[in-house]
Design a protein around this ligand. Structure first.
Ligand SMILES: Nc1ncnc2c1ncn2[C@@H]1O[C@H](COP(=O)(O)OP(=O)(O)OP(=O)(O)O)[C@@H](O)[C@H]1O
Length: 346
């Protein structure tokens, strides 16, 4: 298994900062190029407003040493194209400004046809870093690092330029052929994914969207028998699955600590399977799900995995899958870890 790596920056994106804090050792005079990919519609339009107020401060904090470029998305998936173009143009960092959905799209822009995207005119050692200014509704990914939804704190992280290699998840339809899709925080299946699908329709209600999404998700829900194959081993039957969560980060659904042992530096996922949960189990056990103390419950199963394939025993093509809170389609799917695949500004 690949070992976790935690690397300091070879060069800082903001090279004016004290050397001992940035890890900067070279004498580069090149200004860093940072591209901010902003979803103006994030957090029900709040992201766009906050970004406007933030930009003068951001330029004054970073602009002496970096070329700061902002790029506003025009609609869903646009962040992917902006990111790919920025990386090909040799950007030193691409920063997602928005929620987990925007981070998810920017992450997917780091890859093309199953391979990392590379700069066209830079040497092969050049790596574009991923960064985040969290301004979303749920912003679950940042919780794993103990970061707040605080843009000023995020700008300080960018200014310091410290980088760390983190794992990324890759999803393929069926048994692993065809298109690849990447995630940074989590992927989840069945009730939670259905609730997430509906929550996205109620984002105008802020964090309440998760409550409305869960209520709507429960409507017509039935626990389903699934078969699962871990690390390419034997297929195992899991009856009456309520939800299956694959964590690279620890939190989902607006702060639920569903995979409490997941760590994006670990080189593996934590998988948590909830079986035969009734609606009242969520009422009784909700506080445990938020605190991450649910793993000792009798209908909760947890494993550390490198790959997991999930299929229905009796196919219905109706078992929802989401990744980083974005609807992805329906089972069957395969989920694999890419250890230390991305350099992140931490
Ligand atoms: N210009 C745009 N207009 C409308 N939708 C957009 C635009 N740009 C991006 N999107 C979509 O907005 C969705 C949500 O964005 P984002 O994740 O930034 O905010 P959020 O949903 O409020 O936060 P979180 O995901 O943390 O709960 C994404 O699915 C993305 O595809």
């Amino acid at each position: 298994m690949a070992q976790p790596s935690f690397l300091r920056a070879e060069h800082s994106i903001a090279p004016d900062l004290p050397l001992e804090r940035t890890g900067y050792r070279g004498a580069s005079t090149r200004r860093g190029n940072i591209v901010f990919v902003v979803n103006p519609r994030g957090a029900n339009g709040q992201t766009g407003k906050e970004w406007k107020n933030l930009l003068p401060y951001l330029r004054s904090r970073l602009g002496n040493n970096c070329n700061v470029r902002e790029s506003l998305t025009s609609g869903p998936l646009h962040a992917i194209d902006i990111t790919r173009e920025a990386i090909r143009d040799g950007a030193d960092a691409v920063i997602a400004v928005g929620g987990d959905g925007t981070l998810h799209e920017v992450l997917n822009g780091f890859f093309w046809a199953g391979k990392p995207v590379c700069a066209e005119d830079r040497d092969l050692t050049h790596v574009t870093a991923l960064g985040l200014i969290p301004l979303g509704t749920g912003s679950d990914f940042v919780r794993t690092f103990g970061w707040k939804n605080d843009p000023h704190e995020a700008i300080e992280r960018i200014a310091k330029g410290l980088k760390s290699r983190i794992d990324v998840g890759v999803i393929s339809k069926g048994t692993g052929t065809g298109e690849f899709h990447y995630f940074i925080n989590d992927a989840d299946i069945h009730l939670s994914a259905k609730a997430g699908y509906y929550a996205s329709k109620y984002k105008r209600f802020g964090k309440l969207c998760y409550v409305f999404g869960a209520l709507r998700g429960f409507y017509g829900h039935s626990n389903r028998d699934l078969k699962i194959r871990i690390n390419g081993g034997e297929w195992e039957m899991f009856p009456k699955v309520t939800a299956l969560c694959i964590g690279n980060g620890k939190f989902f659904g607006g702060g639920m600590k569903i995979t409490p042992n997941a760590d994006p530096h670990s080189g593996n996922f934590e998988v948590v399977i909830l079986q035969d949960f009734k609606w009242y189990d969520f009422v009784i056990k909700l506080h445990k799900l938020y605190k991450g103390t649910h793993l000792s419950e009798k209908n909760v199963h947890s494993r550390s995995v490198l790959t997991i394939e999930v299929e229905e025993i009796v196919g219905s093509d109706s078992i929802y899958v989401q990744s980083d809170g974005e609807h992805l389609g329906f089972l069957p799917m395969k989920f694999s870890i890419l250890p230390a695949a991305i350099e992140m500004l931490c």
